[in-house]
Ligand binder design. Structure first.
Ligand code: NAD
Length: 269
């Protein structure tokens, strides 16, 4: 079996998705080729890229920053979950149809279940309500969070996500409210956005801290939280599980997330 898939995004040269998907394909005897369409150098529009990939026989595409929301208008169908979340990171081509899915949400939930299974979930603060924050917000609701406080420096983003999530969620202007855990879903902590969106002086050892940034895995936020003795979770689990779930949508075959994680971890930070 030979399958072509790819990733559309801006500034994706360091993405680990091609390696994870191609290695899993090889392991399963699938001749899978995973291409990057980086709009930093490729000046075609999102619509043109989708049309060309579909015409060229691609099985599907992953979609990342900054297209996870704008791609929805270019699809024929969207899964119920992706429609609720308002964000698509996986498009499957089914004949002439383009079907959108969101694997970031279950990907975060699975990573959280593996790495922070005992975390207290009555009150949680989510910082960042962009493309990934939307999916993480829904995952936290699915995990059983009772009060989700959402902070974004663009308050409109926080309000939009809170409205989508309903009564369990509230947009708040800052991180002064008591909370049991923090999730960073902003780009702060990436090599290109150094620092932390969650001020060091508000953390105590009783908080748990999850970061979805995975480049680097050891962010300033996690380094500080670990030094305090907090339970922590890096962005690796979400990155691996969203990829495994996308692989299944592209190929119809179950992926081995443990093997994909080994490929992910073979990259140096
Ligand atoms: P985005 O630009 O769509 O959203 C980021 C949001 O964070 C924006 O709403 C912005 O206003 C807010 N923000 C930025 N700085 C802030 C600050 N200091 N305080 C409060 N709010 C702030 O980005 P995105 O696509 O949601 O990605 C966010 C991060 O998540 C990136 O680092 C990305 O690499 C990572 N990510 C990881 C995974 C994974 O699998 N681990 C998956 C998707 C995205």
């Amino acid at each position: 079996m030979s399958i072509k898939v790819g990733l559309i995004g801006q500034g994706i040269s360091a993405s680990r998705s091609p390696a994870m998907h191609e290695a899993e394909g090889r392991r399963q005897g699938v001749d899978l080729c995973y291409d990057r369409f980086d709009t930093k150098d490729d000046h075609r529009s999102l619509s043109e890229l989708l049309t060309t990939a579909q015409a060229d026989g691609y099985a599907g595409l992953n979609i990342t920053h900054p297209f996870k929301q704008s791609v929805i208008g270019l699809l024929d169908q969207t899964s119920d979950a992706a429609r609720q979340i308002g964000s698509v990171n996986t498009v499957v081509f089914d004949g002439t149809k383009r079907i959108g899915h969101n694997t970031d949400c279950p990907g975060f939930a699975q990573g959280f279940g593996e790495g922070l299974a005992d975390a207290a979930l009555e009150t949680v603060t989510l910082v960042g309500a962009g493309g990934a924050g939307l999916a993480v917000g829904f995952a936290l609701r699915d995990l059983g969070v009772q009060n989700l406080l959402i902070v974004d420096r663009d308050q409109g983003m926080a309000q939009t996500l809170a409205a989508r999530l309903g009564t369990i969620a509230e947009a708040v202007p800052d991180m002064s409210h008591p909370t049991q855990g923090f999730v960073n879903a902003t780009p702060m902590g990436m090599a290109s956005y150094p620092g932390s969106a969650i001020p060091a002086n508000i953390l105590t050892q009783d908080h748990w801290v999850a970061d979805i940034v995975y480049f680097p895995l050891e962010t300033e936020l996690l380094r500080h939280a670990r030094a305090l003795g907090c339970a922590t979770l890096s962005g690796a689990g979400m990155a691996v599980h969203q990829a495994a779930l996308s692989f299944e949508l592209f190929t119809g075959q179950k992926a081995d997330a443990t093997q994909m994680r080994a490929t992910f971890e073979a990259f140096t930070n």
